[in-house]
Design a protein. Sequence first.
Length: 306
Amino acid sequence: MKHPLPTFVTAALVAVLALLAWTGPSSGAASAAQVDQGKRKPQPLALTFGVYRTDKATTMYRQFLPIVESIQDDLASELGRPVEIELKIYKSYDDGLDSLVAGTADFVRFGPASYVLAKQKNPGIELLAMEHEGGQKRFNGVIVVRNDDPAVTLSQLRGRRFAFGDENSTIGRYLVQAELVRAGIRARDLKSYKFLGRHDAVATAVLMGDFDAGSIMEATFESMNTDKRLRALHTFENVTKPWVARAGLDAEIRKALTKVLIAFDDKELLRTLKITGLTATSDEEYAFVREGMRIADEEFLGKRAQ
């Protein structure tokens, strides 16, 4: 005759069997969770690209947004991770300069003088590449007068009114002031002068007769002189624009940016910048700009060397 197990023994046996049966989540479920976790997209690399205004803000957005988007895609491919680049257009040269020096912009497209000034304030910033036109790294600035103006040489601008661009502009201020010094004209020799900011504003001021002469980019001269009301009184060389990285930008990102910029070959987009490509560069490329800036400060304005 079989005797039934005591109640407490039965309960204990049931508990042991239940414990043995439960082994936690199946290995299949764990693998699925790991696969799902592996499929999660990495966080995009967020960068800020800056330019300062040389034209109307709306015009510059239309010009630069497609370029930024193309660089963004190429950089993502080069780094093997998503990239999001914010386009920032600064209202003035000073704003753009301060942003690079402070590191709130990761990389920028600047004029040569702005690069020189930024490098003086923060030696840690680094060149990524420089623009070229058909392999040429130099282009012209133009001192313009109205077509009916009697002046035929720079020295004949003595005692007259001159329109400069921005106070940090390579063509609009520094190099043109060095050219005036070479022609024997200092600030005190002009009847008056004023900084008007953008190159198009300088061209308009000369056209309207508010100033007798002004300094602008050759591209601005060509685009705003279709009716031949302006005349080039004098041309002078400038070096092409550098693309510059902030101090402390991750070396891998910096190298990838340089590679992407030098390989950039979208002819239509490059044409909007009036260049044919970008190439490797070094600080020495901008030595003559430093010298022009020294002449402008010390000789045109008569400032003492620091």
